[in-house]
Ligand binder design. Structure first.
Ligand SMILES: Cc1ncc(COP(=O)(O)O)c(C=O)c1O
Length: 359
């Protein structure tokens, strides 16, 4: 199975070889992230650079470990990109406070921003990491969830190798995102690059403490990285199901952006850019935070259910006519076994699952 994951990584990275012995099968990305953090963090003055906004696994794990979170801001004005100046400033401030910064986390494609990093941004990040002695933790669990025209995922492994960089990199993948979305089976993998052999021994020793990762999860990972190929009997059905799921997720991304744009004070501009990012500029300011959110809450309560907004035409299989009913009325209808919400083209596949904001 590890050989299959390595072959998948090599194919994804344009043929750059991947070593199966550098691949670990894991119980999803959460476990491997926590394990790596536990190995890196030695005490309360150690810290890890984490983006803001972030997926809260990182802040929560660091808090439990009693370690420091060193925040670096994502640049909202640049579609939630990354900036060298901000890393340098965040790093310098942390060091000045007595923090030993051990690692830098990057989530690409981003959650919750949806941002797909540019190659230039990724190269900057690798060079920043070279200037400081940090492990690069690349959370790449959304690597196939790229919906924007002209955007493509590039792995940090590829960037590190193309730069000939010695950066110590750990890259995380999972079965709980992508197209198969098998969250409950807890499957994932982690590739460890450029580490000293002694460090690799420690990784193996630490992984061995848990004997092995979940076998159903390993099988799910294997299926995900080694799908049916053209000419095999199940290929046509596989492709049909994958395409339908992908289209449904892309459709929901656009739908979510259009619904967010109907809320006062919130702006979302598109897919994999700021599309899934919620801009709360006004809400960040001093006492207006409270007023804004109270206002939002009131407005949201009075909006027709998003599924019924005209912006969904062609996306949800309805006639596209706005429905003036309030969420509470729709709720009653749904509870009473009436028309189901969330079906149609956009509702097929994983209709109730949150793709961007967590499994
Ligand atoms: C960015 C990010 N990293 C990691 C995870 C955890 O993934 P897993 O379900 O594989 O533990 C999630 C889950 O939503 C996520 O969004």
């Amino acid at each position: 199975m590890r050989a299959n994951v390595a072959a998948y990584i090599a194919a994804r990275d344009g043929g750059d070889p991947a070593d199966k012995d550098a691949v670990f099968l894991t119980n999803g990305a959460s476990d491997s992230v926590k394990n790596i953090l536990e190995m890196l963090v030695r005490g309360p003055t150690d810290g890890v650079m984490v983006p803001t906004p972030q997926y809260p696994l990182y802040s929560a794990a660091l808090t439990i470990m009693g370690a420091r979170r060193v925040s670096y801001g994502l640049l909202e004005a640049e579609g939630w990109g990354v900036g060298v100046d901000d890393w340098e400033a965040a790093h310098a401030a942390a060091v000045a406070e007595g923090t030993t910064v051990r690692a830098l986390v990057v989530i690409n494609p981003g959650n919750p921003t949806g941002k797909v990093l540019s190659l230039a941004g990724m190269e900057d990040l690798v060079r920043f990491r070279e200037r400081h002695t940090l492990v690069l933790m690349a959370d790449e669990v959304y690597q196939v969830n790229v919906y924007a025209e002209g955007k493509a995922f590039t792995s940090f492994k590829r960037v590190v190798q193309s730069l000939g960089s010695p950066v110590e990199l750990v890259s995380f993948h999972s079965t709980s995102k992508g197209m198969i979305g098998e969250c409950g089976l807890r499957g994932g993998s982690m590739e460890v690059v450029n580490f000293h052999p002694h460090a690799m021994d420690v990784f193996y020793k630490a992984a061995s403490v848990s004997l092995c990762s979940s076998i159903p999860g390993q099988a799910a990972m294997d299926v995900m990285v080694k799908p049916p190929v053209e000419g095999e009997p199940s290929f046509a059905l596989y492709k049909q199901e994958m395409d339908a799921t992908y289209d449904a997720l892309r459709c929901k991304t656009a739908k979510l952006a259009s619904v967010l744009n109907t809320l006062p004070g919130i702006h979302a501009t598109g897919r994999n850019e700021t599309g899934r990012a919620v801009r709360k500029r006004a809400a960040r300011r001093d006492r207006r935070v409270c007023r804004t959110w109270v206002g939002l809450w009131e407005s949201a309560r009075n909006l027709p259910h998003p599924h019924y907004l005209p912006a969904n035409r062609g996306c949800d299989g309805t006639d596209g006519q706005p429905d003036a009913r309030l969420p509470s009325e729709l709720y009653e209808e749904i509870r009473g076994g009436g028309r189901r919400v969330g079906r149609g083209t956009c509702g097929e596949g994983r209709s109730s699952r949150s793709q961007t904001f967590g499994g």
